[in-house]
Design a protein around this ligand. Structure first.
Ligand code: G3H
Length: 533
């Protein structure tokens, strides 16, 4: 643990605070004069008073209903009842705006990476990866959007009716991202929403908010006014009144289902509200008797404990066949205990401080509950606690009465169950509230085949001999039941934030002459057979 700033590599020291005193609304960086909320890192350092305490990083505006209404008004105006500059703009022009954005964004890598480490405790390589993956996602989105446009630059004819079909925007999007990927997951919603011609109000995550500050200028410079509006504050005070207005067309949220439901409930016209949601999951690993145990252990380590288990795709429960249970537990617990804990910039660090101040206590509650109901912490270091961390506890044997069986722990505790009959985990997965992904470890195809055939109907991705993950981002990322609404991937996200809309005209001389003229004059941005290369 660091005790002073001096002990921290120079490039990552906090030498000045980011006091975010402006907010982006209607294309303007407005000065905030109201109440502010301090932003602390859970990484402790010695402060000005000589106390070893959470590190102050800066502050953000604590906006209220009035400013929320202002942002909503700006987004609504920019959409302009479908007549706005942005929703009616040529695809090629929207592409140029997005390219401008990403070019400016790329120059902010070091700053964003630094704050990813301080604000959410993500390791340096993972923070760099989050930034780079997001940039790549934006370029891939641009390419996919161009392809989508090329594919629709044509007319169809059925039953004597010509149709020119494209995808059009939906309107105003309220976009809320999670703290574990405050850049990547948020932008994986925001970028496709923007490029499809929607206008947005975006509220950064609770942890991982200052890292957006270096990017405000890019939003301001790249997009017409009102297309992206950024608000700060508490969900209840800012997002709820925006929803109550009934003017939000899409709620795009990655987070937990309680907040998603609470926000939907605020909307007076629910059928008008489209949902793009990435929610909780309890992805299981199933280790079959013929699994390559070294591989299974390594993948389960990455799956359960990358970023301390704070990933929606993390393996949150492990089922091991009785025949290999002892060996698996021995190797897995030894590996867990050898994982190095440290600050995000430490070389080779695997476990890092937890950004949520209450998280160690919550994980301890789950452990205590499991112990009281018959489980044991089977690794030596499990449960060791410091001011901002609790060492991963491997719990075995876990049963269905325990909270850790049902609750999405989103942190460093690993529940393990053993099974004799594969029907046991299959039934549990079918009965679970969640249905995102599963990891299946084994090799006999006659055992795997029926399992795969069942599991694909219970979750949305079966990972064969590997941990669960979202990427590559071109693949569909979604879930069943309470795990997701709608599908995200580079391509699917463009679909999620748009709707098919078209111009139809009966095949007759009168209409055909008009269509030809529309095409020749290029007077309409929608009716066009031009290709963007
Ligand atoms: O938190 C959920 C993320 O979508 C997980 O993404 O699998 O790339 O870590 P990842």
């Amino acid at each position: 643990m660091s005790t002073t700033q001096v002990a921290i590599p120079e490039a990552f020291q906090i030498t000045e605070l980011i006091d975010q005193s402006t907010y982006l609304v209607n294309g303007e960086m407005k000065k905030w004069k109201g109440e502010t909320t301090p932003v602390y890192s859970s990484i402790h350092t010695v402060n000005g008073q000589g106390e070893y305490a959470p590190t102050l990083l800066g502050s953000i505006p604590r906006m209220q209903e009035k400013e929320a209404a202002e942002a909503l008004e700006a987004a609504t105006k920019a959409y302009g009842k479908g007549k706005g500059v942005w929703p009616t703009m040529k695809v090629s022009e929207r592409v140029v705006a997005m390219e401008t954005f990403v070019e400016i964004m790329k120059t902010k890598r070091d700053e964003v990476v630094k704050y990813l480490m301080w604000e959410i405790g993500k390791s340096l390589p993972d923070s760099q990866k989050e930034f780079d993956r997001t940039v790549e996602y934006i370029y891939d989105t641009i390419e996919d959007y161009k392809q989508m446009d090329r594919d629709s630059a044509k007319f169809q004819k059925h039953d004597g009716v010509y149709a020119h079909i494209r995808r059009g925007p939906l309107g105003v999007v309220l976009c809320l991202g999670p703290y574990n990927y405050p850049l990547n997951e948020t932008f994986a919603l925001l970028i496709p929403a923007i490029i499809m011609g929607n206008t947005c109000i975006f509220k950064p995550a609770k942890h991982g908010v200052l890292l957006i500050s270096p990017l405000l200028e890019a939003f301001e410079k790249a997009f017409p006014k009102g297309v992206v509006n950024i608000v700060y504050g508490r969900g209840r005070e800012v997002a709820a009144p925006i929803m109550q207005s009934g003017k939000v067309d899409v709620l795009a949220l990655i987070g937990n289902s309680k907040s998603a439901i609470a926000l939907q409930d605020q909307h007076p016209n629910k059928n008008r509200l489209r949902l793009v949601l990435g929610l909780e999951a309890k992805n299981p690993a199933i280790v079959l008797p013929d699994a390559d145990l070294d591989l299974a252990v390594n993948e389960c380590i990455a799956g359960t404990l990358s970023f301390n288990g704070q990933r929606c795709t993390a393996l949150k429960i492990v089922y091991v066949h009785e025949k290999v249970k002892d060996e698996f537990l021995k190797r897995y617990t030894a590996k867990v205990d050898s994982l190095p804990f440290g600050n995000p910039w430490d070389d080779g660090v695997k476990l890092t401080p937890l950004p949520e101040p209450g998280k160690p206590a919550y994980i301890q509650e789950l452990i205590d509950d499991a112990l009281a109901k018959g489980a044991k912490v089977i690794n030596k270091r499990g449960g060791e606690t410091t001011e901002n961390f609790i060492f991963p506890a491997v719990l075995y044997p876990v049963n269905k009465e325990m909270r850790v069986y049902d609750e999405e722990q989103f942190g460093p505790v690993v529940p393990i169950m053993s099974f004799n009959d594969i029907e046991e985990p299959l039934n549990d997965i079918a009965d679970s509230n969640y249905g995102q992904q599963v990891s299946l470890f084994g090799k006999d195809v006659y055992t795997l085949a029926p399992l795969i055939d069942t599991l694909v109907n219970l979750v949305c991705r079966v990972n064969l001999n590997s941990s669960c993950q979202r990427g590559p981002d071109v693949y569909p990322f979604t879930g069943r039941k309470d795990s997701a609404v709608s599908t995200l991937s580079v391509h699917d996200a463009l679909r999620s934030f748009s709707i098919r809309t078209f111009v139809a005209s009966k095949d007759n001389d009168y209409n055909n002459k008009i269509l030809n003229e529309l095409l020749d004059t290029k007077a309409a941005n929608f009716v066009s057979t031009d290709y963007i290369l």
